[in-house]
Design a protein around this ligand. Structure first.
Ligand code: IDC
Length: 331
């Protein structure tokens, strides 16, 4: 072999190695999403430009774990146009994190690890949701929550796409003073490890009394947002007025869960009221997450009960709510 030809082979070999390396390295690199910040009431990207997160919440991770898979996450990003997925981990209901045994807790943590990994590979932001519900006061499982979020924050502090939601929907008359005292502890625990991630804080009365919270938000930390939830079949203008009052007082809101059925997650869809809500959210550049990615027989499920697939959904596999929500993502 002459000198020239040998050089050529070496070059070609090097290029091939580089090509293969690029194949492995690029997906992880591409998935590093811009770090998010809160500026005024608005979520912004690393360049200070307003960002709206739009996405889908899982049903309970113990209930419907099968929908947390790479194919479904990638499809939702590419075909549905979402940029965020929420991993809803019930604390009390149905093999909840705090009511089940140690094995169950381990399984749930594994599901979250998988969910974060799939979301990261798909290029999605991912919300880790401490889904309190029948345990109406977040202090009921405060100790467990602190341990959980310390663990999560240590694990995910370098992920730019992870968001922590620390108490889905306080209820049962739990006051903002009580929630605030819980939230201050959890935020402090998260910030000990993760200095910047966005943290979403639940508000009284199933995350509706944002106007009350706006009178006394948590001070001393950046990148905190507050939860506003609505189901358009039950909640209309009255709740938008409360939300507007909160925004006027400068409270950053995040709609980490909503539907257009009634508040039970079932019943008729109210598309007209849903449309009014979407207009309101658009006007204020508020992020929103639709409930829920499952085929449970209720009108707030995105997938028809007859569809047994857990990815690769066609339009025909979607419920009327699923079709409606997809149209919103594409607007
Ligand atoms: C509902 C589910 C339903 C489940 C129930 C458990 O859709 O399948 O049996 O929880 O109590 C919320 C909650 C969310 C609810 C949803 C609909 O955050 O957990 O899911 N909802 O009721 N707040 C308002 C409505």
């Amino acid at each position: 072999m002459n000198q020239k030809r040998r050089k050529w082979y070496v070059m070609a070999g090097l290029l091939a190695v580089l090509f293969v390396l690029a194949l492995y390295v690029t997906p992880a690199e591409a998935a590093k999403l811009p770090e998010l910040k809160v500026k005024g009431t608005q979520l912004v990207n690393d360049k200070g430009k307003p960002v709206r997160l739009k996405g889908v919440s899982t049903h309970g991770l113990s209930w419907f774990p099968e929908y947390v898979n790479q194919k479904s996450f990638t499809q939702m990003k590419k075909k549905w146009g979402i940029n965020t997925v929420r991993l809803a981990m019930y604390t009390a209901e149905y093999n909840g994190y705090c009511t089940g045994d140690a094995k169950n807790r381990k399984a749930l943590e594994k599901k979250i690890d998988e969910g974060v990994e799939y979301a990261t590979k798909a290029g999605l932001y991912v919300i880790i949701d401490w889904h309190i519900l029948s345990d109406g006061d977040p202090k009921t499982y405060e100790k467990q929550s602190l341990a959980f979020f310390k663990k999560m924050a240590a694990k995910y502090k370098d992920h730019t796409n992870v968001i922590y939601e620390i108490c889905n929907e306080p209820n049962g008359g739990t006051s903002w003073a009580t929630i605030k005292s819980y939230a201050k502890k959890v935020v402090k625990a998260i910030r000990a490890k993760d200095k910047k991630a966005v943290i979403i804080i639940g508000t009284p009365t199933w995350s509706q009394d944002v106007d009350l919270v706006a009178d006394s938000p948590i001070k001393g930390y950046k990148n905190l947002m507050y939860t506003l939830h609505f189901y358009a079949g039950t909640h209309g203008e009255y709740l938008r007025t409360k939300a507007q009052a909160a925004l006027d007082k400068g409270l950053p809101l995040f709609v980490s869960e909503f539907g257009i059925s009634d508040a039970s997650g079932n019943g008729n869809l109210n598309k007209e009221e849903g449309g009014k809500w979407m207009k309101f959210l658009r006007k204020h550049k508020i992020s929103y997450i639709g409930w829920n990615l499952s085929n449970k027989g209720e009108s707030s499920s995105l997938i028809k009960p007859s569809c047994k697939k857990t990815s690769g959904f066609s339009d025909g596999n979607l419920t009327p709510w699923g079709k409606w929500l997809l149209k919103q993502f594409q607007k």
